[in-house]
Design a protein around this ligand. Structure first.
Ligand SMILES: [Zn+2]
Length: 443
């Protein structure tokens, strides 16, 4: 890796600290729970499937992928690959071979879900996930566990101010000094990114970004009060939730009303953001053009988490403003993608429209509905997210030398993304993952 990508540099356009994401990578960041090495020395040969390698390259029919230990050791057309003797064969005719899915926004909740949700998502193809906003210790059992789980990238609790919306998942940061100290402390405990939450003021966001970039890790945010363009100019690398752009895009008086309601009462954001989004107009709008320009200039990554916001006519407790608000969220994700903004797939774990465990697949469908091609969506779900998490040197694509994180699905997801629900086999670090007994939704 060129030295330049290891450095945080001063961006001369706006004098902020920039992480040079143009390289597409942060430092070589690590999960807290590297999976065990496979004991089996026998090679695994996946043969006959449609290879969609995660890089956006033309898909390869009748492909062969050879795994040995935790690595991918050969990839190509059947006629060009020497198939090792005594290997284990996985027939993939009529199936597609993709990189393991990478989820930029995954949470567990209180209690048992810490133990149940990561393996459930793994069995559906998510081999890597970042939880932006749970205490690191919550996942401690995964550091020593021998059972298979997605590679977990953590931020620790999000940086917020009182009254915190999620006190158990927040740390109160009341000064720039505290922001700097907490960033260093979380980094020392294994955080591979920092997440800032919506009450954190701009100066503390800037101090967090400067410190995090000095340590080689990105900062991502859930915003409601601070405008996204200001936060990005202060150094922010990622936006979690399309709604983080709300106040930046809305008419100033509508944004001001929303801000004062949320400032007074956290829960005002819940319906308030749909009401705000329902008012947005994206045509000939200088604020829209400015937001896109700022995101583009700073190579900001957008993890829209549409699945968690999905509200459709006829859904329970859904009113007209929810429906129109969500339609505009979808529309703006399409506009961002068209403008060249880096959009990635974050499940946010919960979706009203699919059973538990399938929110990542639902997010893929919604990104497609927003205007991304199936190939774009697959890249957003694999290599682009690995770049966002800072591990694209090892995972995110099916290439010789990379780690053997693979998902095999029935059908062809380039033709129909519902194929992503038809998971045939998941491979993590060269281990065959036992199948899930959770049925895919009927679609
Ligand atoms: Zn979240």
């Amino acid at each position: 890796m060129p030295l330049i990508s290891q450095l945080a540099l001063l961006c001369l356009t706006c004098m902020c600290w920039s992480n040079l994401q143009a390289e597409g990578e942060f430092r070589r960041l690590q999960e807290i729970n590297p999976p065990p090495l496979p004991e089996e020395k026998q090679a695994i040969v996946i043969e006959g499937g449609l290879l969609i390698d995660g890089t956006g390259a033309v898909p390869l029919e009748d492909a062969v992928v050879v795994l040995r230990g935790e690595r991918i050791v050969a990839v190509g057309k059947r006629s060009n690959i020497d198939i090792p003797e005594n290997s284990m064969h996985i027939a993939a005719q009529g199936k597609a071979i993709l990189p393991g899915l990478v989820d930029s926004h995954f949470h567990t909740a209180e209690g048992e879900t810490v133990h149940s949700l990561p393996p459930l998502f793994l069995s559906h193809g998510v081999t890597t996930a970042r939880d932006p906003g749970r205490p690191i210790e919550v996942y401690d059992s995964y550091k020593t566990s021998k059972s298979l789980a997605p590679r977990l990238f953590l931020t620790g609790p999000h940086f917020d101010q009182a009254p915190c919306a999620w006190p158990k998942n927040a740390i109160e940061i009341d000064s720039v000094e505290e922001a700097r100290a907490a960033t260093r402390r979380f980094f020392d405990r294994g955080a591979s990114a920092i997440k800032v939450y919506f009450r954190l003021p701009l100066d503390e966001i800037r101090a967090t970004c400067t410190t995090a970039h000095g340590l080689g890790i990105p900062v991502t945010a859930h915003l409601e009060l601070v405008d996204a363009d200001s936060a990005i100019e202060a150094g922010l690398d990622g936006l979690e939730h399309i709604t983080s752009l709300g106040t930046t895009l809305a008419e100033p008086d509508i944004a001001a009303t929303f801000r004062s309601a949320v400032f007074a009462e956290n829960s005002a954001r819940e319906d308030g953001r749909y009401r705000l989004w329902a008012t947005l107009n994206f045509n000939d709008n200088q604020r829209v053009a400015n937001a896109l320009a700022v995101m583009k200039l700073h190579n900001t990554v957008l993890s829209p988490t549409l699945a968690t916001f999905e509200r459709r006519a006829g859904d329970k407790d859904v009113e007209e403003f929810h429906v129109r608000g969500f339609e505009n969220m979808l529309r703006f994700v399409g506009i961002c993608h068209k403008a060249g903004i880096r959009v990635v797939t974050g499940s946010h774990t919960w979706s009203r429209h699919v059973p538990m465990g399938w929110a990542f697949q639902r997010e893929m469908e919604l990104l497609h509905e927003a205007g991304m091609t199936n190939m774009d969506v697959i890249q957003a779900s694999t290599l682009a997210n690995a770049q966002f998490l800072g591990c694209a040197d090892r995972i995110g694509s099916i290439e010789t030398g990379k780690l053997a994180d693979i998902v095999i699905v029935r059908g062809n997801p380039l033709e129909d993304l519902t194929s992503m629900y038809q998971v045939e086999q998941v491979i993590l670090n060269g281990h065959l993952v036992p199948k899930s007994n959770v049925a895919p939704p009927l679609r």
